[in-house]
Design a protein around this ligand. Structure first.
Ligand code: PGA
Length: 264
């Protein structure tokens, strides 16, 4: 995994947006994997700005989101369908037919998981996946103990995740118990991964993910096995990394052709 430590979430999100914009310009019909939560908001704001001011064209892009709450219909104010519409889709030129999010009110969740996997395969697989990380190490909603080979399926949230996400709901007890999420195997099949993590509350899990053992007890640790995964994190999220100075040194000495954003 490549570790890129930036002074602020804004700086890290700008790099993520540049990487995505370069992909969209090189491959206009690319397939993006998208995430929800507080972490990608600055990235989505920057992509919207690039669409508005720099003509970044999403008209041929296809998207797949990681997950959805079970029991929340797409139009529910706290569904991830609503989240994506409010935070990205309404600001860019992408038609609803090209955006995909698991159906949280499907009758048969097993069938929904199979259907979602087939849709990803039919689109040619995911070129680039955006990920946040839970304070308990989940990616998507693959909580501790998730099979590292899992595919899209129903999962039960941990108490920690429900507590972390209570801020998005009116009452903590309103956070659903169940979710449908891409599996760890689904995420590992994507061609490129951008993991974003900001703030001191992510420091412990980032150290475990980057420098700890690969274990289903911290599903994010499997990203060590992904051939093209970058972690874009801010200084507070880097405070528990044992080798932060080395990661900084590597980034500062990247050859020009390898830089995501040209140095001015
Ligand atoms: P957050 O959530 O971005 O709201 O911190 C991250 C996650 O749960 O993956």
């Amino acid at each position: 995994m490549e570790i890129v430590i930036q002074p602020t979430p804004e700086a890290a999100s700008r790099i993520a947006a540049h990487i995505i914009a370069n992909l969209v310009r090189e491959k206009p019909n690319c397939v993006l994997g998208l995430a929800t939560g507080g972490t990608p908001l600055l990235l989505y704001r920057e992509l919207a700005r690039m669409h508005r001011e720099d003509n970044l064209d999403f008209s041929r892009v296809t998207t797949f989101n990681l997950d959805e709450y079970v029991g929340l219909a797409p139009e529910h104010p706290h569904s991830y369908h609503t989240f994506m519409e409010h935070n990205l889709f309404r600001y860019i030129n992408i038609s609803p037919a090209q955006t995909h999010i698991p159906n949280g009110v499907a009758k048969d969740m097993r069938e929904e998981g199979t259907r979602y996997e087939a849709e990803i395969a039919a689109a040619g697989g995911i070129d680039l996946q955006v990920l946040g990380i839970g304070t308990d190490g989940h990616i998507g909603f693959n909580e501790k103990g998730s099979s590292l080979a899992s595919r899209t399926r129903l999962k039960t949230l941990t108490a920690q995740t429900r507590e972390d996400n209570a801020r998005f709901f009116n009452r903590p007890e309103d956070v659903p118990l169940h979710v449908i999420t891409m599996g760890v195997g689904t995420i590992m099949d994507t061609r490129q991964i951008l993991l974003l993590a900001f703030g001191e509350r992510k420091a412990r899990v980032m150290a475990a993910t980057v420098e700890g053992p690969i274990t289903a007890m911290n599903p994010a640790s499997i990203l060590q096995m992904h051939p093209v995964a970058k972690a874009l994190i801010d200084e507070p999220a880097a405070t528990q990394l044992a080798h932060a100075d080395y990661y900084r040194w590597v980034y500062d000495h990247k050859p020009d052709w390898q830089r995501f954003v040209k140095q001015t």
